[in-house]
Structure formats: structure tokens, C-alpha cells
Ligand binder design. Structure first.
Ligand SMILES: *[C@@H]1O[C@H](CO)[C@@H](O)[C@H](O)[C@H]1NC(C)=O
Ligand SMILES: *[C@@H]1O[C@H](CO)[C@@H](O)[C@H](O)[C@H]1NC(C)=O
Ligand SMILES: *[C@@H]1O[C@H](CO)[C@@H](O)[C@H](O)[C@H]1NC(C)=O
Ligand SMILES: *[C@@H]1O[C@H](CO)[C@@H](O)[C@H](O)[C@H]1NC(C)=O
Ligand SMILES: *[C@@H]1O[C@H](CO)[C@@H](O)[C@H](O)[C@H]1NC(C)=O
Ligand SMILES: *[C@@H]1O[C@H](CO)[C@@H](O)[C@H](O)[C@H]1NC(C)=O
Ligand SMILES: *[C@@H]1O[C@H](CO)[C@@H](O)[C@H](O)[C@H]1NC(C)=O
Ligand SMILES: *[C@@H]1O[C@H](CO)[C@@H](O)[C@H](O)[C@H]1NC(C)=O
Ligand SMILES: *[C@@H]1O[C@H](CO)[C@@H](O)[C@H](O)[C@H]1NC(C)=O
Ligand SMILES: *[C@@H]1O[C@H](CO)[C@@H](O)[C@H](O)[C@H]1NC(C)=O
Ligand SMILES: *[C@@H]1O[C@H](CO)[C@@H](O)[C@H](O)[C@H]1NC(C)=O
Length: 857
């Protein structure tokens, strides 16, 4: 069959139009992003001179996909005759050797009214060609109606394809031409013949056989109109509620003779709106019990009539008959006053009854109660609601009208606007938040809770927000200068411009005044800082760095070393002073005045005579000089030397001399000021320089009394005067005992121990004996001739010639008397001494003893 088509159309010339030319086209799997080169539209671009990839005339699909779909949208359902496909050849000879034949094999072609090929009809499916037989271009005749022509190929896994099939599916169409008639309803080679059946919309392009009717028609030749209340395309529309069994227009569904009662609109598919019923919904529901809910077809009140209407009229449009009233018109009028009148001669007018003026015509009682605004306790309904109430049964309370209670008693609307804080017709709507007062025209002040103020008077309920004065209950007054925060309770910090802080949060507008810091200028400078922005550093205050934070004044004065006359305590003490108030004077520093101004310690040790850190301590305890390193000499007062130069102020102690008394006495000198000279010491003048003691004893001739200055007493000599001079000496030499002053008469020699030589006597033996008898030697002492004189001579000495014997006698007598007297005196003296030794009291002692004895008694 298909071969037949192919052959049939070879060489036949058609007038059909290419319906696909430049129509929208699509492929499921484009080749990369290269639609400009190989996109779906190249299949309908009319170009087919170059059938290669790079020509820009072909569609190329993605590699390695299992299905390939390409379609063209003819934009409306058109009558198609045949389709020509030019497949990609890469301009190489077509046939088995051309690689693209394998891609072409197995393709199918659908014509569909949607893009879904399964909803359309299959035009062609290749199952016979092989690589050498498949042609290109290929013509496929498919007389059909459709909007989309779909090219499809697939290479599904698990399916075994005939030899020569490519591994994957492609739709490499260089051109696909759809030939057919551009206008529906025509057929024939020239598309010029109208379809034979007048109501036919789509007829076979060659035979003219009808294939689809115009809307509203049916039948093989579309000879029948839609029936049974249907209409439209394929008669699938259902008519609405057309009037009285008439059908709707079979083409467009319009109910030409109108709708049945209860429906409206051209198609009669819309029910009447509530409250309307009947033909064209022209009728209004009667007085139904439920407002206006009546049956929309015939107007029947579904739950009966409201009072005053006759239930026997299902439309509830008939008022009760004269003399009756109420539900079901069950009530009978007392007298036949006209409605709204009652009483004797119907002179009275009904009050404000709920149902207009239908009151009991006898006694005026409002049958169903009063209308709004009248007091139900007055059965006549003539009493308006009491002041302050309104509405049915006066159950409602007036809103907040300006004049209290003065609302309209019927609907509650206030007569003279609202009282402050309320709005709306009924003045029941409180002002919106943030508004208050008459007509809610005022705006709340700065309340704590945003703008929640009392809606009547604007009072801020929970007080003001920060920065506004609570004494202004409206919170519209900002805090007074110098205050801020909640209730303006906060006081501005120390702003530069006094009090000039932001009234809400207290931040200073122009920095802080001296001594304060922080946003609020409430933070005093940290200790040790002062002045503008706390930029200055305190001086040397007594209390560390606690200075006045404003001006830096040291509160308790300066610390040691700084001058109190500078209140900032930044001036160090003048040279030579230190300490608190610089009251202290530097000690004796080496360099005059050069002490540390704080504690007075000398920078370069002390000057001589002083010691201690401050060099104020005089040398003591026998020291002097630099650092009191020197020791005083042997001063008389041992510790009393001059602290600077060591001069002994009280002179030296014994044995020393010189200004500082450190020089011992010269040898041979001793004692105070070395004024004494050593005695006759054994070793020349080595005596003790303090007391003169001769260290190794005295020279001979001196008493051994330490200082060797006492010569031996007369009659003594030698070491320590232990030698006794010879009795014959006239005072012997005190050193060696020699009789240097001569001997007693009768004695001679150095030691006077030799008697005078015979013939001599007396002093120095210089006298010569007289003329002793027989020339006998005379007595060597006095020259007495012991044996008498030689004749002629007289006297003891025998020197006088014999003529003068008297004289000699007298001399002898005197001498003898003298001797006797002397001996007598000596014996007396000896007796006295012996008496004393034996305890015999002397005369004077006797007296003493008696005195003692008497006192003892
Ligand atoms: C086909 O063309 C018609 C007419 O332009 C359009 O309304 C329709 O959306 C198109 N179909 C698709 C799938 O784009
Ligand atoms: C498309 O719709 C027309 C009219 O309803 C019909 O005649 C035709 O057969 C349809 N085409 C396909 C392929 O179903
Ligand atoms: C509607 O048409 C069917 C035939 O398709 C017929 O049997 C039926 O009676 C018709 N109904 C009416 C209400 O005319
Ligand atoms: C009637 O048929 C037309 C065309 O086939 C379709 O578009 C429409 O939805 C159908 N209507 C109903 C109510 O089935
Ligand atoms: C339906 O068709 C009738 C008859 O042709 C025409 O008079 C009417 O205006 C149409 N109604 C609509 C809504 O098109
Ligand atoms: C419905 O009301 C319209 C407008 O008032 C009027 O023209 C029309 O004739 C009425 N139809 C019927 C059935 O009373
Ligand atoms: C009006 O219509 C309702 C609902 O169809 C029906 O029950 C009632 O009997 C009708 N009334 C009259 C008077 O026809
Ligand atoms: C009821 O009374 C009024 C006024 O008197 C009169 O017009 C009307 O016709 C009376 N109706 C009946 C049903 O008698
Ligand atoms: C009115 O009277 C009739 C007959 O006496 C009675 O059935 C009906 O319930 C009454 N209706 C009312 C609302 O009282
Ligand atoms: C009712 O009104 C008429 C006219 O005003 C008057 O003549 C008559 O006396 C009144 N009747 C009563 C009972 O008040
Ligand atoms: C008024 O008349 C009606 C009907 O006779 C009666 O029911 C009602 O109680 C009367 N009201 C007074 C207040 O007399």
C-alpha cells in the first residue's frame, strides 16, 4: 500500500500548499544548545539545498537518546494530503554507505489534533526498509485532518531491531513538507471545491467524503441537526432550561424562546437571584416568612407567609382580608377601623407597631410588638425609648453621643455627633488607637505604650514615654530643660551646655562638661583623669590620682614631692626641698640640695658627717666623715669628735695628740697632750704613753713605783733602792752606793769601808795623829791617843805642849757630861717603847679606856 502511494505520487504535480512552512516546530531532545544551527524550526524553514549538519538547514537531535520526537504545529486543524520528508544526508551519496540511513530506519509519522501522537492517527511506520532501500526524500500520502504532524523514532533497550538500525534514535529532518488545503471545508487538487455536504466542516481531501460536521450537526453527511436538547460541536452540549419544552439552538445552545420560569440568561442555565422568581425572573417574592426566599420557579413561599398575609395565597402577596390580621390572618379585627386607627370612632392612631400601623383596632395593642424605638411595655407602642436607649424593645443602649443619651431612639444614631473618644454613626466605635477626643480628631501624645492613650481625653494610660512630662497627662510636653527619660525623672548629665541633653534618652547634644564622659555625660572621669573629655591626667595628688575630675585640683593636696601652691600638683618641689608641701629641706646631700623631691633621698650619697637615706643623720658613736666611715680618734670624750673632720673637741685622751688624736705620743712622752715625760725607765724612755708606767721597770737609783720618778731616799741605792749606803758614808751614790760625798771621819775608800791609814785620822784622813805615847797610832776617827801621850804633850790628841793642861781638862769634862746625858735620854726612850709593846697603857690611853668602860656600864 505505502509503496503504491509512493509510486502513485511520483511525478504527479499537486496544487496543494505546504501547510508546514515556517509553522512552529519542536523537538524533544535538541542537539546541545545549538537551536540556531540545528533547531526544530530548520525542519520547516523551506531550505533543503544542503542536507548537512552545518548547513543550518537541518534539524539535528541529541545523541544517545532512546526516543526522538519532532512535530510541527499547523496552528489549526487542516486537511492534509501528503507529507514529504528530506532526511539528513550530509550531502553524501544516499544508500547503505551513508551512515544516516540507519538513523532514518524505523521512523513513524503521526497526524494528531494534539501534540500527543497516541491521540492521533498513524500515517506511516517504517518496518520494511533497510539501509539500501529507504529513500530520501520520501513522500507519504496520508489524507487526514489534523493540527500536528509528528515525526517519531525510537531505539528502546531490550528490543531487537532489524540489521542496519542505528543504536540510538534521531530526528535529523532537513525538511518536512505537509501538503494539503489551507482552508477547511474545501477539497480537491486545487482545494477549490467546497465539501459536498453543506454542514460538513472537514471532508476528505480527495473524495470529499465528510469527516467532521459543523457545530450543531451530525450524521454521516451532517444532514441532521443536533437533537434531544443537545447542541454544538459533535453535539456534546446540553441545552439549558429553555421555555416550555422548546430546544435550544442546535448550533450555539441559545434558548431562543426564552427560559422556563426560575432561570435566566441566554443559555437558561442561571437560576434567578434570591427574591426573584418566575419567567425571566421578573417577579418579586411575596411576604414570605423567611424574608424573600421563595421558590424561584413559581414564587411559593416555602415556609409560609409572614404575618398579615394570607397563607392561602402561596405567593403571600395577599394581605389579610378586611377585619383580619396576623399569621395566617387568624386574628380578627375588633372593629373595622382602617389600618392605623383604633378605638372609639377610630379616633385613635396606632402607635409604632412592628408591622407598620397594624394595631388591635379595639384597644390599639400592637399585635406583634413595637417597632424599633418604642417601649414594648407600652402595648400601644407610643412611648419612645427612654433616654439613652433605642431599638427593638429599647434593648439597645445609646452610644457615646456628645449629649449624653441623646441618640435617636429608633436607630441609635447620635443627634449631635459623638462624645470625645467615639466615632461612627452610633458613636459606639472607639477612636482608632492613637486618636482621641471629639470626632477622634486629636492624636495621642507620646504615651508609654506607643500611642495608646485614653480615647476620650488623651490621657496616656500607663504614663508617658521617655522624654515627656508625666504631669502633662497628654504626654505632649517634652521634658523641661535639664531633664529627660521616664517622667522626666532623669536629670541631664553634665553636658557641655548645661542641661542641654536630648529629652528622650538624655544623650548630650554637645559633648560633656569637663570631668564627665559617656553618652549621657554621667560617668565621671575615671580616677586619675579630669577635664574636657577626661583627656587630662591628674597631677601628683595625695590620694594617688584622685583629683577633682573637673579642674584637676588635688582634693587633699599634693603627694609628697609636689608643690601645694600648684593646685594641680604638677610642679615638683623646688631644688633643695621635698616631701609634703615641699616642707622638708633636703638633708646634707653630697651635691648641695640635690635630693629626690619626693622622699628626700640624696641622689649622690651624703656630704661628710651625715648618713642615712636622707643624709640627715649626723655621724654618731664615734664616727665621722663620708658615710660616717671614719672612726673618731682617741678623744678625751671618746665619742665626741667633729662629725665632718674628726677633730676632737675635748682634746685627746691620754697618750694621744694631734687634732684628731690619732697620733700616739712621741717616745718618752705620755699623758694628757703628751705633756709628761717618761720617768727613769729601764729601757730609756719607753714608758706607757697613757700613764707613764715603765714597762720593764725602773733604772737603778729609783724607787720601783711604776713611773720611776722617785729617786732612792738618802742612805739607799741601786735597783728599787734596796741597797743601803755604808754608815760611814756621807750620803752614798743612789745608783751604785759609792760614797761620792765623802766619808765620815776616820774612814776612806769609795765605799768608806777602810779605816784611815795609821797615823791619820778624821775627815778624809787628812789629820795626822798627835804625839801618842810610844808612837802608837791614834784613834782613826778622832785622833785620840789611846795609850796617852808622849811626854811633853798633853791632851787627848797629844798635840798640845804640856803648858796648857787646864784647858784640856775642861774640854774633857764637858765632853763626858754630854755623853752621860745622851745615854740617859736614850735609855728613857727605850723604856717607853717597850712599855707600849707590852700593852701597858700610857697615861693618855688610860683615860680613853675609862671612858669606854663607863659607857659599857
Ligand atoms: C499551535 O498553534 C496554535 C495557534 O497558533 C496555538 O494556539 C497552540 O497553542 C499551538 N500549540 C502548541 C502546542 O504550541
Ligand atoms: C481532528 O478533529 C477533526 C474534527 O473533529 C476530525 O475530523 C479528525 O479526524 C481529527 N483528527 C485526528 C487525527 O483525530
Ligand atoms: C433522544 O434520542 C434517542 C436516540 O438517540 C431516542 O431514543 C430518545 O427517545 C430521544 N429522547 C427524546 C426525549 O426525544
Ligand atoms: C465537546 O467536544 C468538543 C470538541 O471535541 C470538546 O472540546 C468539548 O470539551 C466537548 N464538550 C463536552 C461538554 O464534552
Ligand atoms: C445563536 O444562533 C442564533 C441563530 O443563528 C442567533 O440568532 C443567536 O444570536 C446566536 N446566539 C449566540 C449567543 O451567538
Ligand atoms: C419582564 O420585564 C421586562 C422589563 O421590565 C419586560 O420587558 C418583559 O416583558 C417582562 N417579561 C414578562 C414575561 O413579564
Ligand atoms: C411550585 O413549585 C414547587 C416545587 O416545584 C412545588 O412543590 C409546588 O407544588 C408548586 N406550586 C404550585 C402552586 O404549582
Ligand atoms: C376592605 O376595605 C377596604 C376599605 O374599606 C375596601 O376598599 C376593600 O374593598 C375591602 N376588601 C374586601 C375584600 O372587602
Ligand atoms: C390559624 O387557624 C387555623 C385554623 O384554626 C389553625 O390551623 C392555624 O394553626 C392557625 N394559625 C396560627 C398561626 O395561629
Ligand atoms: C371623634 O372625632 C370626631 C371628629 O373630630 C368627633 O366629632 C367625635 O366626638 C370624636 N369621638 C370621640 C369618642 O372622641
Ligand atoms: C385588646 O384586644 C385583644 C383582642 O380582643 C385582646 O386579646 C387584648 O388582650 C386586648 N388588650 C388589652 C390591653 O385590653
Amino acid at each position: 500500500m505505502f509503496l503504491l502511494f509512493v509510486l502513485l505520487h511520483l511525478g504527479v504535480c499537486y496544487a496543494y500548499e505546504n501547510l508546514a512552512l515556517r509553522k512552529p516546530a519542536h523537538q524533544d531532545h535538541p542537539y546541545w544548545h545549538m537551536s540556531w544551527l540545528t533547531g526544530a524550526s530548520h525542519g520547516v524553514d523551506g531550505q533543503k539545498s544542503n542536507l548537512s549538519f552545518f548547513s543550518g538547514q537541518c534539524v539535528c537531535s541529541a545523541n544517545e537518546v532512546q526516543t526522538a520526537t519532532w512535530w510541527v504545529n499547523l496552528t489549526s486543524i487542516l486537511s492534509i494530503h501528503h507529507i514529504t520528508i528530506y532526511y539528513r544526508t550530509e550531502n553524501v551519496a544516499w544508500g547503505e554507505s551513508n551512515g544516516f540511513t540507519s538513523r532514518f530506519l524505523g521512523f513513524s509519522l503521526y497526524i494528531s489534533n494534539t501534540t500527543n501522537r497516541s491521540q492521533g492517527s498513524l500515517c506511516f511506520k517504517d518496518s520494511h526498509f533497510n539501509r539500501s532501500t529507504i529513500p530520501t526524500p520520501i513522500d507519504l500520502t496520508c489524507p487526514a485532518h489534523g493540527q500536528y504532524v509528528i515525526y517519531y523514532n525510537e531505539r528502546k533497550p531490550g528490543v531487537t531491531y532489524p540489521a542496519g538500525y542505528s543504536q540510538y534514535a534521531y530526528n535529523d529532518i532537513c525538511e518536512l513538507e505537509v501538503y494539503g488545503c489551507p482552508i477547511p471545508g474545501y477539497y480537491g487538487v486545487n482545494c477549490s471545491t467546497p465539501c459536498p455536504d453543506p454542514n460538513c466542516r472537514y471532508c476528505h481531501i480527495e473524495t470529499g467524503a465528510c469527516q467532521g460536521c459543523k457545530p450543531g450537526y451530525r450524521g454521516h453527511q451532517c444532514e441532521l441537526e443536533c437533537w434531544n436538547g443537545t447542541y454544538g460541536e459533535v453535539c456534546n452540549g446540553t441545552c439549558g432550561h429553555c421555555l416550555a419544552n422548546t430546544v435550544c439552538n442546535h448550533v450555539n445552545g441559545t434558548c431562543e424562546s426564552g427560559c422556563t420560569p426560575g432561570y435566566q440568561g441566554g443559555f437558561c442555565k442561571e437560576p434567578c437571584v434570591d427574591g426573584k422568581y418566575g419567567l425571566e425572573c421578573n417577579n418579586t417574592c411575596g411576604h414570605c416568612l423567611d424574608g424573600d426566599h421563595c421558590n424561584k420557579v413559581n414564587g411559593t413561599c416555602i415556609r409560609g407567609c409572614s404575618a398579615g398575609y394570607n397563607g392561602s395565597d402561596i405567593l403571600c402577596k395577599t394581605a389579610c382580608a378586611n377585619g383580619t390580621y396576623g399569621f395566617d390572618c387568624n386574628e380578627t379585627c375588633g372593629k373595622s377601623c382602617v389600618d392605623g386607627k383604633y378605638g372609639l370612632e377610630c379616633n385613635n392612631t396606632c402607635g409604632h407597631c412592628l408591622d407598620g400601623d397594624h394595631c388591635n383596632k379595639v384597644n390599639g395593642t400592637c399585635i406583634r410588638g413595637c417597632s424599633a424605638g418604642y417601649n414594648g411595655s407600652d402595648i400601644l407602642c407610643k412611648t419612645a425609648c427612654a433616654n439613652g436607649t433605642y431599638g427593638f424593645d429599647c434593648n439597645e443602649t445609646c452610644g457615646k453621643c456628645k449629649d449624653q443619651n441623646d441618640c435617636f431612639h429608633v436607630n441609635g444614631s447620635c443627634l449631635n455627633s459623638c462624645s470625645p473618644g467615639f466615632d461612627g454613626d452610633l458613636c459606639k466605635t472607639p477612636c482608632v488607637d492613637g486618636k482621641y477626643g471629639l470626632e477622634c480628631n486629636n492624636t495621642c501624645g507620646h504615651c508609654l505604650d506607643g500611642d495608646h492613650c485614653n480615647k476620650v481625653n488623651g490621657t496616656c494610660i500607663r504614663g508617658c514615654s521617655a522624654g515627656y512630662n508625666g504631669s502633662d497627662i497628654l504626654c505632649k510636653t517634652a521634658c523641661a530643660n535639664g531633664t529627660y527619660g521616664f517622667d522626666c525623672n532623669e536629670t541631664c548629665g553634665k553636658c557641655k551646655d548645661q542641661n542641654d541633653c536630648f529629652h528622650v534618652n538624655g544623650s548630650c547634644l554637645n559633648s560633656c562638661s569637663p570631668g564627665f564622659d559617656g553618652d549621657l555625660c554621667k560617668t565621671p572621669c575615671v580616677d586619675g583623669k579630669y577635664g574636657l573629655e577626661c583627656n587630662n591626667t591628674c597631677g601628683h595628688c595625695l590620694d594617688g590620682d584622685h583629683c577633682n575630675k573637673v579642674n584637676g585640683t588635688c582634693i587633699r593636696g599634693c603627694s609628697a614631692g609636689y608643690n601645694g601652691s600648684d593646685i594641680l600638683c604638677k610642679t615638683a618641689c623646688a631644688n633643695g626641698t621635698y616631701g609634703f608641701d615641699c616642707n622638708e629641706t633636703c638633708g646634707k646631700c653630697k651635691d648641695q640640695n640635690d635630693c629626690f623631691h619626693v622622699n628626700g633621698s640624696c641622689l649622690n650619697s651624703c656630704s661628710p658627717g651625715f648618713d642615712g637615706d636622707l643624709c640627715k643623720t649626723r655621724c654618731s658613736n664615734g664616727s665621722y666623715g663620708y658615710e660616717c666611715n671614719e672612726t673618731c680618734g682617741h678623744c678625751f670624750d671618746p665619742n665626741d669628735c667633729h662629725i665632718v673632720n674628726g677633730t676632737c673637741l675635748t682634746g685627746c685622751s691620754r697618750g694621744y695628740t694631734g687634732a684628731i688624736c690619732k697620733t700616739s705620743c712621741d717616745d718618752g712622752k705620755y699623758g694628757l697632750q703628751c705633756n709628761d715625760t717618761c720617768g727613769h725607765c729601764l729601757d730609756g724612755d719607753h714608758c706607757n704613753k697613757v700613764n707613764g708606767t715603765c714597762i720593764r721597770g725602773c733604772n737603778a737609783g729609783y724607787k720601783n713605783d711604776m713611773i720611776c720618778k722617785t729617786a732612792c731616799a738618802d742612805g739607799f741605792f741601786g735597783d728599787n733602792c734596796t741597797g743601803i749606803c755604808n754608815t760611814t758614808c756621807d750620803s752614798c751614790n743612789k745608783v751604785n752606793g759609792s760614797c761620792d760625798s765623802g766619808c765620815h771621819p776616820g774612814w776612806k775608800g769609795n765605799y768608806c769601808n777602810e779605816k784611815c791609814d795609821n797615823g791619820t785620822y778624821g775627815k778624809e784622813c787628812r789629820s795626822s795623829c798627835g804625839h801618842c805615847f810610844n808612837q802608837e797610832p791614834c784613834y782613826h776617827i778622832n785622833g785620840t791617843c789611846l795609850t796617852g801621850c808622849e811626854s811633853g804633850y798633853l791632851g787627848n790628841l797629844c798635840q798640845s805642849p804640856a803648858s796648857q793642861p787646864a784647858t784640856e781638862w775642861k774640854t774633857w769634862l764637858i765632853s763626858s757630861l754630854t755623853v752621860i746625858l745622851a745615854v740617859g735620854a736614850g735609855v728613857a726612850a727605850v723604856c717607853v717603847i717597850q712599855a707600849k709593846r707590852r700593852g701597858i697603857p700610857t697615861t693618855s690611853n688610860e683615860n680613853e679606856m675609862t671612858a669606854h668602860m663607863s659607857t659599857n656600864q
